[in-house]
Ligand binder design. Sequence first.
Ligand SMILES: C[S@@+](CC[C@H](N)C(=O)[O-])C[C@H]1O[C@@H](n2cnc3c(N)ncnc32)[C@H](O)[C@@H]1O
Length: 426
Amino acid sequence: MTLFPDTVSAVLGESILGRAAKKGILDIRCVQIRDYTTNKQCQVDDYPYGGGFGCVLMAQPLKACLDDILATRGTGRSRVIYMSPQGPTFTQETAKRLVRDYDHLVLVCGHYEGIDERFISACVDEELSLGDFVLTGGEIAAMAVTDAVCRLVPGVLADPACYMGESHWDGLLEYPQYTRPETWEGQEVPEILRSGDHQAVERWRRKQSIARTMDKRPDLFEKWTPEGEDKALLQEILAERAPKEERLDFDIRPGTEADLPAIMDIVAGASAFLREQGVDQWQKGYPAAADYRRDMESGCCWVLTVERAVAGVMALCPGPESCYEKLDAWQFPGPYAVIHRIATRRDLRGRGLAKELFAFAGDIALGRGCGALRVDTHPDNRVMQGLIRKLGYVYRGDVYLESGTEAGTLRLAYEKSLLSGEGETI
Ligand SMILES: C[S@@+](CC[C@H](N)C(=O)[O-])C[C@H]1O[C@@H](n2cnc3c(N)ncnc32)[C@H](O)[C@@H]1O
């Protein structure tokens, strides 16, 4: 309901909404309030009682216009909404509610000083504002509401996925978008978006959504509660942004029997961390002291110490590894080494110790004539996946563990060349 139906229909009849209306998915009518006046001059407004500037839209033409609309609307659930700077601010949540709960919306656009309060009391179901500012008329607000609501109507956009990942859908802002060309004025499209690794792209996008909501809209970020995988992503962002603590002095040496109690404490901490992240890895007694003892006997166990206390552990085993041999996608033929059972002390998380163990493994493996390192991790262990990707490891496919308490379970297998420069490194 407006005094400017031609202006409004010109805008709403274009592009996506215009095409949806042509297909019969939407029916948008812009009705002239002036057509419902009963006076000769077709006057819709009059001076305000009590004095003051401007004019007020009269209740009579508004009511007659609304009655006509409601009489011809057909069946379905209706809602009469007055566009007003005094209403609650319209949000994506309001749009979702309106599209879910109603089939037919009447948006009333005021003008001049507003509309007679008695029409609002008698006929309006709710008021909605476009924001805390005053417009000359309700048309721009009504067009915004129409657009935001109608694009959620099934069939208007090609797929619900078009709007479901967008800003404000689940309390976050959308990730950054890029299109061709790859390089524009010296700025490149992020490498990961060109990698073809869909899982990695999804993860990167989600992390960007969280990070940019934190930066651009701290008010929204405060209301948002991370769940599931988002918790790990948020932790990564916070760790990356934490002021860098001084680099720790450390040593790496072969592990001995005397290190076992400290090693098993580290494993217990890592197992608890994984449990808190909802990752079903290292929850069934693996790795056990016996595994590390075997590693020690075969010269594969390495411990990282900080101020002489054990702060990290890993097994660096020579290939071939039976379950890896079933995967065809490896890129680097020839001898390789495998990192297993790697963990660092919980109170030293985020201090770069795991990265040091990986770097050390590369040096030792190369010294022993291996051209590549391989490693696997649980599909839900996003923290480890993030780390190894950053270290330049590339996902090659899925493997299934063949022994121990986690035998038969799926792992994602990664590879890094120690000779070529494949993969990005931090
Ligand atoms: C100049 S405004 C009237 C403002 C009114 N005197 C007041 O102070 O609340 C004229 C019309 O513009 C529309 N309007 C103005 N600001 C709006 C906003 N922020 N959101 C939605 N509609 C708005 C309303 O329909 C209103 O009747």
